[in-house]
Design a protein around this ligand. Structure first.
Ligand SMILES: [Zn+2]
Length: 255
């Protein structure tokens, strides 16, 4: 029998408290055999010129990203970006997996492998429905139970933006060590950044990040914190990464 390890209702009520100030809020009803959930989207700074999307919880056994988005809202981390950024938040893309501590959804599907599928699960369709606009930046919050430190994947249309990955890790290294191994999760890596040589148009499956690229996202960041550290440390690392990435582009777009 699968045991409940987290309570999605707590997340739901924490998020609900932060929907004032005219923030747009959207819920998609998700039915599962155990119970029904809401897939939630919150838009901050609606109509602002620059667009970013931050998502979490697509892998249900990685609760830190969900926690980071709650904390981002609760601690007004958007404040310094509220004049320039329209931020779409998808706080928990796999609420069933979140409650039961499972990577997959209620049908045993790894949602982050199904973004090129012709008939994807509802959670994936919900995530895809947000790409009706062009984002400068998409950030996906993950965690890894095997890694000794923080690392990230990045891809984008502007090679000169690659420095944002280094900036993030430089900012994080005082919070959590960086995984400096030459190989991480089966891929070559350098300085905590995965080196990706795969031709994504030839791949038969896509994660959300590649789907984002195919929809015109300028830079996509997949951020991996290390589960072996305390939740608060992992949350702080992700919040620092979000802050660094948004600040980087705020500065860049000034010129
Ligand atoms: Zn993950």
């Amino acid at each position: 029998m699968t045991l409940k390890v987290n309570d999605f209702e707590i997340i739901y009520s924490r998020l609900s408290k932060h929907l004032r100030n005219g923030n747009e809020y959207l819920e998609h009803y998700l039915e599962t055999p155990i119970k029904d959930y809401s897939l939630i989207k919150i838009i901050l700074g609606k109509g602002n010129r620059h667009k970013a999307l931050i998502s979490a919880g697509i892998h249900g056994d990685e609760p830190c990203g969900v926690e980071a988005i709650c904390s981002f809202l609760e601690n007004n981390r958007f404040e310094s970006f509220s004049d320039t950024w329209e931020l779409s938040l998808l706080p928990c893309l796999n609420p069933y997996g979140y409650e039961f501590g499972l990577r997959e959804n209620h049908n045993g599907k790894d949602l982050n492998r199904l973004f090129r599928h012709s008939a994807p699960p509802e959670e994936v369709e919900f995530a895809q429905s947000n790409f009706d606009k062009n984002y400068e930046l998409t950030i996906e919050l993950h965690e890894d139970s095997m890694t000794p430190g923080y690392y990230l994947y990045q891809k984008g249309t502007h090679p000169e933006d690659e420095i944002v990955g280094d900036e993030i890790l430089k900012a994080i290294k005082n919070i959590m060590p960086i995984n400096l191994n030459d190989e991480i999760d089966g891929c070559s890596a350098q300085g905590g950044i995965i080196i990706q040589q795969r031709n994504w148009s030839a791949m038969d499956w896509w994660p959300m990040a590649i789907y984002a690229l195919s929809k015109g996202t300028r830079r996509t960041l997949t951020l991996e914190t290390a589960t072996q550290f305390a939740m608060q440390t992992r949350v702080e690392a992700h919040l620092k990464a979000i802050d660094t990435a948004l600040s980087f582009y705020t500065e860049k777009f000034k010129n």
